[in-house]
Design a protein around this ligand. Structure first.
Ligand code: SF4
Ligand code: SF4
Ligand code: FES
Length: 361
């Protein structure tokens, strides 16, 4: 079959950039990475991109297709080529481009190093017996352990675009991998460090990391778990943490968000006084509900029951699924309200090869 790609070529030294179109004859089973190999072998040997394993495990081949991060070796081309669409391939976002599709991963590794990505077991030698970790304890960090450091989540992170110092989804997911490790003894120290400026509370919850991660790590879930862990350790000094706490208090007490008290509870009294003029303007225009008497929802009992259920969950939440699965399903499937997010077919399988049916994931 004929496969065509438009590729953003870029040279960081000369600053030259150009969108070039390439077309090659390729077998029907090809992935995006195979097509790039064919272009490099047969059409233009100067094309630069990274690859290694070709089997979705080394994390080298992250790039963007039509503006969304993908692993090139996981992306089958059959249906795209058949539809006649010519996708635009470009380097990942939020990382400096070195040449064509190759980005400088140095900022990525810097963030990973910042979260201390190794076990701190609190002992030098486990002694004569091995340290046995139960399956239940491993399950807590199962998803976070799947990360292959490809950078696809970082590429799409909105917070990182606004604040390049934000630790970002990959590093924070790595942080949860150690916070949740039953053998690690540096939990409090880690949570304190991750709760500083540019840490967990700077995530805008856009879920793009979750949508684009090719390995199901669900980095936003990991960040939510870190937030919950930080709270349970009494680490709640950040404005983001206070903000989240007031949402919980509001839901528990009235079933509504108590907006009028949100600013003083989050920013403190002094900051609130500075905002007084703005608040009065909102009040005059009927945008601020009066705080007294508090408006209590008719079915507040439901909100309270939900609060009680969540309180009974352990660090693994509802089997490790903190939130977000529904938004993720909306992004991936139009009518998947009832789909079990971890059941069969929960993540889109590779495109079928003609005549061979579905390919096993
Ligand atoms: S959910 Fe948070 S970490 Fe993930 S992409 Fe959005 S801002 Fe970044
Ligand atoms: S969390 Fe997912 S997208 Fe991010 S680096 Fe790890 S595997 Fe890649
Ligand atoms: S080449 Fe290794 S993940 Fe794609």
């Amino acid at each position: 079959m004929d496969v065509a790609l438009k590729i953003w070529r870029y040279d960081a030294v000369s600053g030259e950039k150009a969108l070039r179109e390439y077309e090659v004859d390729a077998p029907e089973w090809v992935t995006l990475l195979d097509v790039l190999d064919l272009i490099k072998d047969k059409v233009d040997g100067t094309l630069a991109y990274r690859k290694s394993c070709r089997m979705m495990i080394c994390g080298s081949c992250g790039m963007r297709m039509d503006g969304a991060a993908v692993l090139a070796c996981k992306t089958r081309m059959y249906e795209i080529a058949q539809s006649g669409h010519v996708p635009v391939i470009s380097a990942m976002g939020n990382l400096p481009i070195v040449k064509d599709l190759v980005v400088d991963m140095e900022p990525f590794w810097g963030k990973i190093h910042a979260v201390k990505p190794y076990l701190d077991p609190g002992y030098v030698d486990p002694g004569e017996k091995e340290y046995v970790v139960s399956q239940e304890q491993v399950d807590v960090i199962h998803k976070e352990s799947l990360c292959i450091m490809c950078g696809c989540c970082v590429s799409e992170c909105n917070s990182m675009e606004a604040d390049p110092d934000f630790l970002g989804p990959a590093a924070l997911a790595k942080g949860m991998r150690f916070v949740g490790d039953a053998r690690d003894r540096a939990t409090t120290e880690r949570l304190q460090s991750y709760s500083e400026e540019h840490g967990i509370w700077d995530c805008t919850r856009c879920y793009f990391c979750q949508e684009r991660c090719p390995k199901g790590v669900d980095p936003r879930d990991a960040i939510a778990k870190l937030g919950a862990e930080a709270m349970s350790h009494g680490i709640d000094h950040d404005m983001g943490a206070k903000h989240a706490k007031w949402f919980v208090t509001s839901a528990k007490t009235t079933g509504w968000l108590r907006e009028t008290e949100l600013v003083p509870k989050t920013q403190g009294v002094v900051s609130s006084i500075k905002e007084m003029g703005f608040a009065m303007n909102l009040l005059r225009r009927g945008k601020v509900p009066p705080p007294v008497p508090p408006h209590v929802a008719k079915d507040v009992g439901e909100a309270r029951a939900l609060y009680d259920i969540v309180k009974t969950q352990g660090r693994d939440g509802a089997d490790g699924i903190v939130q977000v699965e529904k938004p993720l399903m909306h992004l991936e499937f139009d009518n998947a309200e009832e789909r079990d997010p971890y059941g069969e077919g929960s993540f889109p399988p590779p495109k079928p090869i003609p005549g061979e049916g579905e390919v096993a994931q």
